[in-house]
Write a protein that binds this ligand. Structure first.
Ligand code: FMN
Length: 277
């Protein structure tokens, strides 16, 4: 595998100056080399391996030890097809592994009530904690999967039609989808996608936006050189026309200028019994 400097350069598009750590090389290299895979070979993923990867996922830390997450392994063909349809994401139907990661305050609500107590933490904070716990589980899964050579893709598009997805998987009170995930042995070549430079995302002692515009100009230029966007692929071209200097910033600004089409989350959460107070 590539050396650290090469991996850091591939991650940010700028020269790295790193020294190898005393331990943990392989884990760090796996994390640095991350890329999303949306196409998989037909080779199945062994059930025992999946079980091991899920054990790694569930090893994530959890706020107050509350473990407010659930993972639904979607293996029935009809459910995969329906989820693909509802998520407008065709590769869900054929991906060897499909998981739905859910925030879950419901299990602890039941346990609390079964022991004769009132459940008194139906708050926005609880929702947030469940979402964070779940995100940590998701990312542990991905790191473990990538460590053994699998490719993964998160799919937040599973939240396009929340009511239908909730019904499809019989999600009870207190449970909400955070994200889907497809995985399998990679069936395509992918580049590393440059991240925004650490100088804009890592702050020292105090938050600072100094030099943001110049840093982002440099980032846009690097990304454009690496993976230029053809004019016909410019986002919302029908509304905003064709930009001469179309980089990540222009794409992001255009993306955020319009609603994303996902279901209104608050309404779904209220239906699932969340107070959000
Ligand atoms: C929470 C989350 C949700 C995502 N949802 C989708 C999705 O619905 N569809 C998709 O194709 N990619 C999805 N992605 C993948 C991102 O598009 C991808 O991570 C990003 O473009 C950077 O590429 P990389 O992962 O190869 O570095 C998601 C990623 C995350 C972290």
């Amino acid at each position: 595998m590539a050396e650290f400097d090469e991996l850091v350069k591939a991650r940010f598009g700028t020269d790295g100056d790193t020294s190898p750590p005393a331990a943990g090389e392989e884990v760090l290299k796996t994390i640095l080399a991350h890329r999303t895979y949306r196409k998989y070979s037909d080779e199945p993923v062994d059930e025992a391996l999946l079980e091991l990867l899920l054990a790694c996922a569930l090893s994530a830390p959890a706020k107050s030890d509350l473990m407010q997450f659930s993972v639904i392994h979607v293996s029935a063909e009809d459910k995969k097809s329906r989820l693909a349809e509802l998520s407008n994401t065709s590769w869900i139907a054929t991906a060897p592994v499909v998981l739905l990661f859910c925030g879950d305050t419901g299990r602890n609500r039941s346990i609390t009530r079964a022991r004769g107590y009132d459940y008194s933490q139906n708050t926005l904070d609880s929702f947030f904690n469940a979402a964070v716990d779940t995100a940590l589980v998701m990312q542990n899964f991905t790191i473990a999967a990538e460590a053994v050579g699998l490719g993964c893709c998160y799919v937040s598009q599973v939240r396009l039609h929340l009511d239908e997805v909730g019904e499809l998987f019989a999600l009870p009170e207190g449970v909400f989808p955070v994200c889907g995930l497809t995985a399998g042995w990679p069936g395509e070549e992918r580049d590393t996608t440059y991240r925004i430079p650490p100088e804009v995302s890592v702050h020292h002692d105090v938050y600072s936006s100094e030099g943001l515009a110049e840093s982002m100009d440099g980032y846009d230029a690097r990304r454009n050189r690496q993976r230029p966007t053809p004019p016909e692929k410019q986002m919302y071209r029908e509304h905003y026309g064709e930009a001469g200097n179309y980089g990540w910033s222009e794409n992001t600004a255009r993306r955020l200028s319009r609603p994303d089409g996902l279901s209104p989350l608050r309404a779904f959460l209220v239906k699932q019994g969340f107070d959000l107070a």
